[in-house]
Design a protein around this ligand. Sequence first.
Ligand SMILES: [Zn+2]
Length: 191
Amino acid sequence: MNEIKSINANPQYMGITIDFSKLLSKDEILQYLEENGATDRTLADIRNRYESEFGNELMWRYPLSAGLHAGAFIIPVQEGFLSIPYDAMEAQEYELLTLEGAGLMDEDELMFFSNDLKSYTDAFCSAMEDAVSILLFRNQNNKNGLSKSSLHDFEPTDSQGHSMECTKCGRAINFYEEEDWNKGLEEKCSK
Ligand SMILES: [Zn+2]
């Protein structure tokens, strides 16, 4: 588990020094969502407002299940950091928010989100890289298998190996007919 590294004298959020008094309060946001629809589409109004005030939306979506909820939005507000969970999605309104589950997050909860997503991401990326390796290995094998099986499968028919015959189609080549020998080694077997 990662610990909170240090307490900075001038803490920034995403590289931005935030004047928290300029943020909306928790109740202002919840009330706005209640009146205009508790959906991600309504949250866009708040994102736009923060974007024009701070040059950044300042809002994150936590995509993993959080407690009993499918995920959550994390929004800085005057009092701190507000989490608003969502449980369902809809084509027009996107995430449907569960306002009853909204609340200010403390340091432990924020750190839990961070650690949880990090370990999920690490495990996910490592699994996907394994999957890519398996497919690459499989493709390589298919390619090798194909080129090998398409050629004649010659076996010598004398002790010196000066004449050979394909065990699949019976094509015979002789070392003393050099041109045909070389051609035979490279040509595709019909069987
Ligand atoms: Zn053959």
